[in-house]
Design a protein around this ligand. Structure first.
Ligand code: HEM
Length: 154
């Protein structure tokens, strides 16, 4: 019973983690493509907020519930699908921390450009490229984790 409730939380949390990640990333990407400083600044504000509320919370819940399931289900940490998922999760986390920092900087630069009525600085575009490039390994590693969790290859 406890196992199933934990699994329920784990699965709901995984949808929030993945869904918020894709949702906020596509919003910021599309806002960036408008080249409209006001739209970029406003969207970046909401993206930073949503990432703190949803991605951070679910990112913390995910390994805690996952390890709880390993313990309660009597799974071995040496099973490929378990350690593979842990590595996939860590890869995504290592990409996500710099992404949070970059988003804060992108937001601040867009707000500053909007307030001073100037163009976005070259640093904004450099940070945006880093942000874009880091999103892909995070996305791919989470897709791999979903595969490992649901198919459990030995
Ligand atoms: C961080 C380390 C993680 C560990 C140790 C872990 C562990 C587990 C365990 C033991 C189960 C139960 C399997 C079953 O009852 O059949 C499970 C299920 C699941 N996990 Fe994870 N998990 C982790 C991270 C993740 C992540 C990052 C995601 C996706 C973002 C995820 C998505 C899922 C899904 C969708 C299921 C349901 C699979 C099914 O019922 O067939 N997990 N996980």
């Amino acid at each position: 019973m406890l196992y199933l409730w934990l699994k329920f939380i784990h699965v709901v949390s995984s949808t929030i983690l993945f869904g918020t990640g894709i949702g906020t990333a596509s919003n910021l990407f599309l806002a960036h493509r408008t080249r409209d400083v006001y739209i970029i600044a406003t969207t970046a504000r909401y993206v930073v907020f949503a990432d703190w509320i949803f991605t951070t919370t679910s990112g913390i819940i995910q390994p805690i519930t996952g390890l709880g399931l390993v313990y309660l289900g009597g799974y071995s940490l040496s099973s490929f699908w378990i350690w593979g998922s842990i590595i996939g999760y860590l890869v995504a986390a290592c990409c996500w921390f710099p992404v949070v920092y970059l988003q804060l900087k992108l937001r601040d630069m867009a707000i500053a450009a909007h307030q001073s009525n100037t163009a976005l600085p070259p640093l904004y575009f450099r940070y945006f490229r880093y942000w874009f490039c880091l999103g892909w390994p995070a996305f791919i590693s989470l897709i791999m984790v979903f595969y490992l969790m649901t198919n459990k290859p030995m």
